[in-house]
Design a protein around this ligand. Structure first.
Ligand SMILES: Cc1ncc(COP(=O)(O)O)c(C=O)c1O
Length: 314
């Protein structure tokens, strides 16, 4: 299946050499999922690929998914559909929009996705079984993938991020939006603690989202507590909320790039790596600690801030 798209899997694992880590004597490795594919990067592919296997196994006719006007998941699904010859439908929040409303939608449309613009109240029904059945009646034998790829197969696909790594870590840091990637990492994390950094305000909901996905994945009650002992949700690094950022965050992105060559995005990965740096600065990790940072991609979203960075990402 993957042969139809050129993917760098397993993704590379590199050491992040920064003076702070040398001073504190901690090792930080980065799982470069951003390098999987130039456009379907990071957790987008991880969350989609088992869903696509199911599409083929069960002989579905189309993939249908949901997203807002600027959804990376919509863009990635449309492109995967184009590259693999799979018809795709995107149910988009906002009936005032059209395929020319912004670059994300225009590109999804150009990649052959059928865009269906629905009212916010209709979009609000996207998790209801009756609504899903109505969509199946309307569009035929469609495989429905939840918004953001947030389903059981999405989480299971993300376990592979860790199973590709043959080293042990004390802690793993990553950004979270729906908690799907966090769930996959947690399931595969062995003895490492998992530090999930929500990029939305009031990110405490990530724990509930993870719990729900763990239940879907068949995690028995008696193991739940073990997982939640290992999971730390760091809710203080949202920098104002989804899509928001501060001068400090942009400076941090610039510093990391200048000293290590690693590019981050302001919506997700910079916030998570900032949390990791902060923990090391505050001596929350002792000498000799080994930490893994998951680079979940998102670099296509950096264009809007590039002019404000003191370097070019190209
Ligand atoms: C670059 C990037 N990192 C992290 C996330 C958060 O992943 P999740 O929604 O699985 O928590 C997303 C959203 O899917 C993303 O695009």
């Amino acid at each position: 299946m993957e042969a139809k798209i050129k993917l760098e899997i397993p993704s590379p694992l590199i050491e992040l050499n920064h003076p702070l880590f040398a001073e504190k004597d901690v090792t930080v490795m980065v799982k470069r999922d951003d390098l999987i594919h130039p456009e379907i990067s990071g957790n987008k592919w991880r969350k989609l690929h088992l869903n696509i296997e199911k599409y083929y196994d069960k002989g579905y006719a189309k993939l249908l998914t949901f997203g807002g006007a600027y959804s990376n998941h919509i863009a990635a699904t449309a492109l995967v559909g184009k590259l693999m010859g799979i018809p795709t439908i995107g149910i988009i929040r906002g009936d005032e929009l059209n395929a020319n409303s912004n670059a994300t939608l225009a590109e999804a449309n150009a990649n052959g996705m059928e865009l269906v613009f629905v009212s916010r109240s209709e979009y609000g029904m996207r998790y209801e079984n009756d609504y899903k059945n109505e969509l199946r009646a309307r569009y035929g034998h469609v495989l429905i993938i939840e918004e953001g790829g947030a389903n059981y197969l999405g989480a299971m696909g993300c376990t592979e991020i860790i199973s590709e790594v043959d080293q042990n870590f004390d802690g793993i840091y990553l950004a979270s939006g729906t908690g799907t990637t966090t769930t996959g990492i947690l399931l595969a994390s062995g003895n490492a603690k998992v530090y999930s950094v929500p990029v939305l305000k009031n990110g405490g909901f990530i724990k509930d989202a993870v719990r729900e996905l763990l239940i879907y994945s068949g995690t028995p009650d008696e193991l739940m507590d073990d997982y939640f002992e290992k999971l730390k949700v760091l809710t203080d690094y949202h920098f104002g909320g989804y899509g928001k950022y501060t001068h400090e965050l942009l400076q941090f992105m610039g510093d990391v790039y200048a000293t290590t060559g690693l590019k981050l995005d302001q919506v997700y990965t910079a916030k998570a790596l900032f949390a990791l740096f902060d923990a090391v600065k505050k001596n929350q990790w002792g000498r000799g600690a080994k930490i893994l940072f998951i680079h979940t991609g998102g670099l296509q979203g950096i264009r809007s801030v590039e002019a404000m960075l003191n370097y070019s990402l190209d």
